[in-house]
Design a binder for this molecule. Structure first.
Ligand SMILES: N[C@@H](CCC(=O)N[C@@H](CS)C(=O)NCC(=O)O)C(=O)O
Length: 222
């Protein structure tokens, strides 16, 4: 199987969950990172410069044996299956993983839209309100869906859901999202516990040392 994952040159969860899954599973892939100029051309015509199809003119895209697949969740599920980080033969458990990925997609949209087509000042205000209001409510709900006793969100095995939660939360508390305080997770010990477990996983640390810029702020879960 020939696999290429296309995204930008930073570890945002949309691509990072799949990159890390493939790495953890020992699945060979081409980690293709594109620049903003090429992405402008993708948005205009739907193809990379080498002719690769970008189905919805968005990133990430996974190309498997010449077939292009779009959408974060679809890509993460496929990579999770290939890497044994997503249930291959248990539909119910698979749906339990899916619900977390879809929930994170909701959170991502909430955050993105709060900064869309508004002034910097308004964006900062929107983000502050979001962090103290609707986002906090959603984090509270996420916290309530994590068990007190299981090590990972869907039980005894790590899955793409844990990796996705770690990377999304890490981004939110990294200090790079204007208006979000770094202590956003203060009241959520179970979310922090899961994030810390991923953040200290030996394969995740190996991937970080291989690919993250030195001093990259991936958030603290203390
Ligand atoms: N629903 C898509 C959204 C992906 C998305 O919004 N990606 C951003 C980059 S992080 C993008 O390509 N934005 C450009 C656009 O939507 O035109 C997914 O889940 O992958």
């Amino acid at each position: 199987m020939n696999i290429t994952l296309i995204y930008f040159d930073f570890p945002f969860w949309r691509a990072e969950v799949s990159r890390i899954a493939l790495f953890m599973g020992g699945v060979d892939f081409n980690d293709r990172r594109i620049g903003s100029e090429e992405f402008q051309r993708v948005k205009a015509n739907g193809y990379l410069d080498d002719g690769t199809l970008m189905p919805f003119r968005q990133c990430p895209v996974l190309v498997v044996d010449g077939i292009s697949i779009a959408q974060t969740g679809a890509i993460a599920r496929l990579c999770g299956k290939l890497a044994n980080l997503y249930p291959n033969n248990n539909n119910l458990l698979a749906a339990r993983v899916d619900q977390f990925i879809d929930f994170l997609t909701d959170l991502n949209s909430l955050i993105s839209f709060s900064g869309k087509d508004v002034s910097e000042e308004q964006k900062l205000l929107n983000r502050k309100n979001l962090a103290a209001g609707e986002l906090k409510r959603k984090l509270c709900i996420l916290e309530g869906n994590i068990s007190d006793s299981d090590p990972w969100v869907t039980g005894s095995e790590i899955s793409i859901a844990d990796i996705a939660i770690w990377r999304t939360m890490g981004w939110m508390v990294s200090g790079t999202v204007d208006g979000f305080p770094k202590n956003l997770l203060e009241e959520f010990p179970k979310i922090k516990r899961v994030c810390k477990s991923v953040d200290t996983h030996p394969k995740v640390l190996e991937w970080i040392s291989l690919t993250y810029p030195r001093n990259y702020s991936r958030g603290s879960f203390e």
